[in-house]
Design a protein around this ligand. Structure first.
Ligand SMILES: Nc1nc2c(c(=O)[nH]1)N[C@H]1C(S)=C(S)[C@@H](COP(=O)(O)O)O[C@H]1N2
Ligand SMILES: [Mo]
Length: 367
């Protein structure tokens, strides 16, 4: 494991799709999916506010709330604790939004607001143990150093920070306070010097530029937990309630062919993609090359690893004549959960897990 020095001065690799210049919202061109680990320079960036300028020397993490011993930890303190490296897939809850009709508010992600990295850091449980949880502890609120004044869809009371909570059992389970990404210090856009990584959850929970951990006795109801990153849930005979988004939902995505790619007729084409889920393993991926009428099993290229996507492929006999073809993929997890046929409007612009159509042009002559 290399030493974690200052952040690399290197910006994102060329080739990320700019969805928003400032703050940086950059998409991985999903057709480029090759390795199981996404190189850091190709990893999507989703930021609500400008990247805060933090330095390793002055950085501090405060730990407070329902704890016996509030703490302030420097980066060196954190690096001196026993480290762990975990591989986890992270997906933005709005990934695939551009496929929704009618259009939804939010960044117009196509397929690439998702990636997989090796994260190195300290388990949150270790830090909470040091602080000593009180009986009243129920949630852990993670707060970043980035801030801004929002006016849409509601006006915030001046500047607010980016903050999200995780329930106590998840916080004590596998949440990591990460200072390393793919064997290097975090880059500024990915949260230098410290971020949370909440494996198996949508990306919004993995708070970047983490500066405070507050143990709370009550459910946190901040902006990014209620107004944003929530969906309408109906249960127990009650009217619909806005519920914070949490675990990843099972999903397969097609990397190749890319939408609107031109494919030569009569060839055997290697359809490739990845599939992921929340806490359970993905156990099956099916592909349709006729718009969903018939499905065939794809073959996995990776073994199952908890919280990590599995790449898959499927050999497609492309029609002999010019045609417009719609490909679809759908995954199933070890608990038998699969993807819905259509997007549930109760999910708004999030949790877009119905099979997304990849329409391609089959050409008579090689493109
Ligand atoms: N402090 C802070 N943390 C944040 C965000 C943010 O805007 N500010 N965006 C969240 C969202 S919505 C996602 S999808 C992930 C993206 O992480 P990445 O930019 O490293 O890919 O970070 C999450 N953590
Ligand atoms: Mo996100």
């Amino acid at each position: 494991m290399p030493k974690f020095g200052p952040p690399s001065s290197q910006g994102p690799a060329s080739g990320l799709i700019i969805r928003e210049q400032a703050p940086p919202n950059l998409e991985f061109p999903f057709r480029d999916l090759d390795s199981r680990i996404t190189p850091t320079g190709s990893f999507y960036v989703r930021s609500h506010f400008p990247t805060p300028a933090l330095t390793a020397a002055t950085y501090g993490l405060t730990v407070g709330g329902e704890v016996a011993r509030p703490l302030r930890l420097s980066l060196d303190d954190l690096r001196s604790l026993p480290a762990r490296t975990v591989t986890a897939t992270m997906e933005c809850a709005g990934n695939g939004r551009v496929f929704l009709s009618p259009r939804r508010r939010g960044v117009a992600w196509e397929l690439g607001a998702v990636g997989t990295a090796e994260w190195t850091g300290v388990p949150l449980s270790q830090v909470l143990e040091r602080a000593g949880l009180l009986e009243t502890a129920r949630e852990v609120v993670l707060e970043g150093a980035d801030r801004g004044h929002l006016t849409d869809p509601v006006e915030t009371p001046g500047e607010i920070t980016y903050a999200r909570s995780v329930p106590l059992d998840k916080a004590l389970g596998d949440v990591l306070l990460a200072y390393g990404m793919n064997g290097e210090p975090l880059t500024p856009d990915h949260g230098f010097p410290l971020r949370a990584v909440v494996p198996g959850w949508y990306g919004m929970a993995s708070v970047k530029w983490l500066t405070s951990v507050t143990v709370s006795a009550r459910a946190f109801r901040g902006f990014f937990q209620t107004v944003d990153y929530a969906y309408w849930e109906t249960r127990d005979g009650l009217p619909p309630q806005l519920t914070p988004i949490g675990p990843l939902q099972v999903k397969a995505a097609i990397a190749r062919p890319a939408p609107h790619e031109e494919v030569a007729c009569g060839v055997t084409y290697e359809v490739r993609g990845a599939a992921w889920a929340g806490e359970a393993d993905v156990t099956r991926v099916e592909v349709s090359v006729d718009g969903g009428t018939t499905w065939e099993d794809a073959e996995f290229l990776d073994p199952p690893v908890r919280h990590v996507w599995r790449r898959w492929h499927h050999l497609w006999r492309v029609p002999e004549r010019a045609a417009r073809v719609t490909l679809l993929a759908r995954a199933t997890d070890a608990e038998g959960r699969t993807q819905p046929e259509a997007h549930d409007p109760a999910r708004g612009g999030y949790l877009i897990t119905h099979p997304l159509p990849v329409c391609v042009n089959v050409l008579e002559r090689s493109p």
